[in-house]
Each structure stands twice: as structure tokens, then as C-alpha cells.
Design a protein around this ligand. Sequence first.
Ligand code: URA
Length: 417
Amino acid sequence: MNIQEIIAKKRDKLELTKDEIEYFIKEYTSGNITDYQAAALVMAIYINEMNDREITDLTLAMANSGDVLDLSELGEVVDKHSTGGVGDKITLVLMPIIASLGIPVAKMSGRGLGFTGGTIDKLESIPGYNTSITIEEFIENVKKINISLMGQTLNLAPADKKLYALRDTISCTESIPLIASSIMSKKIAAGANKIVIDVTCGSGAFMKTEEDAKSLAKVMTSIGKLAGKETVCIITPMDEPVGYAVGNTLEVIEAVDILKNKYIPKDVKNIIEELGANMLVLAKKVQTIEEGKKLIIENIKNGKAYEKFKELVQNQGGDISYIENTDKFEKAKYIVPIKAGKKGIISKIDAYKVGKLSCYLGAGRQTKEDSINPRVGFVFNKKVGETVEAEEIVGYIHADDMQKANEVLENNIVEIG
Ligand code: URA
């Protein structure tokens, strides 16, 4: 077998065998296939696509390219994943709720890259919170308090790390076979036996249209089935940021406020109900989605999810006084109001634009090595569809650099119809 023949087959729209796919992943991960050969094959896959069998073989080969966790000693672990978005603090809110309902939560999360945020960066904005624990500590934490959220410190799906970086440099990110195998390989390697995936759809997501989001969901569900991991995909909107806050500390504060039952943005409520209820059905905690939705909201209202979040933070070395009193979080130097400018109805708060501007303020990184500023971002007062007066403040920019804040302000962030 050789890589030239494999590239030629995919170039000519032929189906690759399991052996050919495994050969490619093994030899590319170990450095025996060059980046330019891998780039040629990836581009051929991007253009000519793969069938479900090929995508499943690719996923499993990628999952087996590094460590594969076995979490069976923890019982029925149901994992949750989002395909990425802006203002997406769903994991911070939902996972303590699930753990407070007696379902073990053992979740590895990622950092933000590009315009999207990542749960690990958000958690690290809580002073002391340690995301780089050992796998033994991770499992012990789940046994002790039923929840642990950590970064991907293990060598999980190294083939995906190499391929993802390569795809980024050759404009092959937005491909359904490549996204599906990338996500599912990491989920399979992370050890859960049931998976709920939030397939985001809209300007601030990889999938811009409902049709593409549905195709991605269908492929991931089918990979899960063929790999023996029950998988449910839920399509959620990502045209405007999720909730009101965007930025690391700002999103932690919003998540804590929600868990304290101070308020719950409608979109956050819909997403946690949908994802959470499906997780509870998969875990056999409830029989119907309706029953599940009730339990999710009940455990916010009765304070159990908030207590579980505090336990999580404390158990991983975080200072819970910041959770009890979020005013303690260090603020950005400048908090600059965004005014509506005219009377009307908000027609757009573009998630992609907000994500990019938030990165520009320092909340995200362009390369994995960049450091981030936890304090900066946006807090909106309004959502799309709400009415505003001309002079009304529709949100605030949180910035450490006034010149950047002024530049950001020049963008038409909140569009009035
Ligand atoms: N998230 C991933 O992990 N991989 C992709 O390819 C896209 C989103």
C-alpha cells in the first residue's frame, strides 16, 4: 500500500477501504506521510466526500491514534459536545445540573480557537481552578462529587490535532466528513458511551445553513451508531451570541447568575432543556423529553445545580468566594456603552462579528500559543427582536485598551431594523 495510490483513488472519486484509511492515519500520525501528501488527500476528501462507512473508519482510526479512555467504572457517562459558537456557556450551566441529578459527568473540554470560545478558558478565569489534573484525579473527582471538567491533557486523538491544524492552513475546515470525524474521534477517545451533540447553526457556527447542520447531524448520529455509541444531535441556532455575555469571565458570571436562578435568557433555557432532557433520556433517568425538561429547570430553581457548581470549583482548587460574590472578579479597565442610535427593533447581533471583535479585544486567540485576557468582551442588554429607543444603551464593550474599544464601537454591532 502507498499514499500515492490512496490519493489517486480519492481524487478519482473511488471509495477507500478500511485498511487504506487506517494506513493513512497511522503513517501520517507517526510522520511517515508528509504534510503535502496529507493535504492532497484531505483536499480530495473535501471535494469528493466520503460515504458513511468511510467516515466511520476514518473516525475510529483517528480515535485509536492515541489514548482511549475507559470510563466504564463510573457507570453510564453521557458526554455533551458543541460544534462551537459565540457566548456558548452551556457546558458551565448544564453539566452541574446533570451531575446534581445523579448522572456522572466526566467531561474533557477544549480551548477557544478563532472566533469561537472554549470552556477551559472560561473555567480558568476562576482564580485557582485547575484544568490540568491527572486522569486519576479526574476519575476520583467524579467518584467523589459526580463531576469533573478538565482540559484535554491526554494524548487524545493526536491524528485529529495534526489534521485539524493542516485543514486550517489549506481551507478545508468546512467539510462534513472532516468535521464529523474530527468531533466523533475525540468523543470516542474520551470514553463516554452515550453522546449528545449540540450542532450549532448560523453565522457564528461552522454550519451556516440548516441543511448543512442537518447533514452533519445525520452523519455524526450514524458514526455513533456504527461505533456502538448512542448519539443524539440537536440543532441549535447560532445567529446571535448565546445569552447576553461574550468573553471568559463575563460568561462565567452569566452562568453563575443563571445557576443562582437570578435570570435565564430564553435561548439558554431552550438549549439546556433540549440537550439536558436528551441526556437524561439516554442515561435512563427519565422516559420522556418533557419529564427531562422539567427536572433540568427544577434543579436550577431548587439551588441544587448551583451547589454542585460550587462543589466542582472547590474540588478543582478554585476560589468559591468568586462564585458566591461575582463582583470579586477583576473587571476590564473600560466599560463602554453601545447605544442603539435609532428607535426600532433589533434585527441582528451577528454572532460571527461579535466573536471576531471579542477576539480582537483579547478574549480569544489566533494561534494555540496566544494568551488570552479573561476580562474583556461584551455584555448585551437586549436580544434580537426587542424594541429600543434611539438613545438606549443596548450593551457594553469591556476592554483594557480604549483605542481598541473605540475601533470596536465603529462596527455596527447591534443592527436596528
Ligand atoms: N470542532 C472540532 O473538533 N473539529 C472540527 O472539525 C470542527 C469543530
